[in-house]
Design a protein around this ligand. Structure first.
Ligand SMILES: NC(=O)c1ccc[n+]([C@@H]2O[C@H](COP(=O)([O-])OP(=O)(O)OC[C@H]3O[C@@H](n4cnc5c(N)ncnc54)[C@H](O)[C@@H]3O)[C@@H](O)[C@H]2O)c1
Length: 341
């Protein structure tokens, strides 16, 4: 395992994307977002993704110079065209639009269509919360079979349908909920497969619909299960409908490519002053944080705390990057004529 500073990873990421035709300002944004995923501990959405994005650029499904724009809007809504550029760039833009409009109209919805992978959803919910705006971010309804079965089903029909919710915390850190609605992220199945380890029960079915703990079964036609049985499935369906029906074009854009990200944004001062909001938010977060730990736990964490702790620790000590990931990144860079010392 290598340990690389965030600054170095950002510099390398920027150079690679620039060499692939990304304008410098967008390349710098991509570097910030990917390295932030590593910093907060979600390595599956960090620099490990660089080779896959480069491959998309090579195939023409990701247009690195594309800049998103608003294609229609009302005081309470906006539709953003991602133009098949980096989904992260579209999501950053849509978040900015959502925050600005929420400050004016209090509650708004922004959808993104013609959108590539937007990465770690928590990035966008966090950005809104930092500006005193509550945000619910979902990605779903790509129209393809995906990898996940509905509760009670034995065929792939849903994506991993992630949802993230950011809520300003007042003087406490902001609350951040951010996860896939499948019991396990597909990236974690890959990790278990590589290590030859079994999965926890309840995560996948094999191709015949039998429960399995063998990661190989997922790649032999099996499927991921929603977390929490019918409850997680219900949430996955909400994400599917918001991303697939509310955001037009996710399913109906005709070329079978993904779209369908939705941001619902509510200004924290919708019903009261910011001071009143903050004191209520503080009270609630402190009350939960003060709950004594159960056996086997050392403390109650608030959603978002693991990410903040990881960021502090990795900013101090560097980001662990597996050799194989680094080799894949440097090989992809070399393919673009970028030598990384
Ligand atoms: N763009 C996409 O299409 C896509 C698809 C799937 C997942 N993702 C991203 O993948 C990432 C990982 O998803 P995941 O399903 O593996 O998430 P996960 O299972 O790691 O859960 C993360 C969430 O749980 C909270 N959490 C973790 N431990 C906690 C504890 N002890 N107490 C309280 N809260 C705790 C975290 O703060 C965070 O909100 C997310 O950032 C998600 O947005 C993106």
């Amino acid at each position: 395992m290598l340990t690389i500073t965030a600054d170095r990873l950002r510099a390398v990421t920027s150079r690679i994307f620039e060499a692939a035709g990304t304008p410098p300002d967008l390349a710098a944004q991509m570097a910030d977002v990917l390295v932030e995923s590593n910093l907060v501990g979600h390595d599956s959405h960090g620099v490990i993704r660089i080779p896959a994005y480069l491959e998309q650029i090579r195939r023409g499904t990701l247009i690195p110079s594309a800049r998103p724009e608003v294609i229609s809007e009302t005081p309470g809504s906006a539709l953003v065209d991602g133009k098949y550029g980096f989904g992260h760039i579209a999501a950053a833009f849509a978040t900015e639009v959502a925050v600005r409009k929420a400050k004016e109209a209090k509650a708004v919805v922004v959808a993104i269509v013609r959108c590539n992978h937007i990465g770690r959803l928590g990035e966008w919910a966090e950005r809104a919360a930092a500006r005193d705006v509550i945000a619910i971010v979902v990605v779903g309804g790509s129209g393809g079979p995906g990898l996940a079965a509905p509760y009670g089903g034995a065929a792939r029909a849903l994506g991993t349908n992630p949802i993230s919710i950011g809520i300003p915390g007042g003087t406490m850190p902001d609350l951040l909920v951010d996860f896939a609605t499948t019991a396990i992220a597909e990236g974690k199945v890959q990790v278990a497969r590589a290590k030859g380890e079994p999965l926890p029960p309840g995560c996948i079915l094999d191709k015949d619909g039998n429960p399995s703990t063998n990661p190989e079964d997922l790649y032999a036609g099996g499927m991921l299960l929603p977390f929490g049985g019918h409850k997680g499935y219900g949430l996955a369906m909400v994400v599917e409908m918001l991303g697939g029906a509310l955001a037009p074009g996710a399913i109906y854009n005709g070329d079978g490519r993904r779209g369908g990200a939705v941001i619902i944004a509510v200004d924290a001062t919708t019903f009261c002053t910011l001071a009143d909001y903050e004191s209520s938010a503080d009270f609630t977060l402190r009350r939960i944080k003060a709950v004594p730990p159960a056996r086997g736990f050392s403390e109650v964490l608030l959603p978002g705390e693991p990410e903040r702790r990881s960021r502090e620790q990795r900013l101090r000590n560097g980001i662990p990057v597996p050799e194989a990931t680094w080799e894949a990144i440097t090989a992809a860079a070399r393919g673009l004529g970028v030598e990384i010392a």
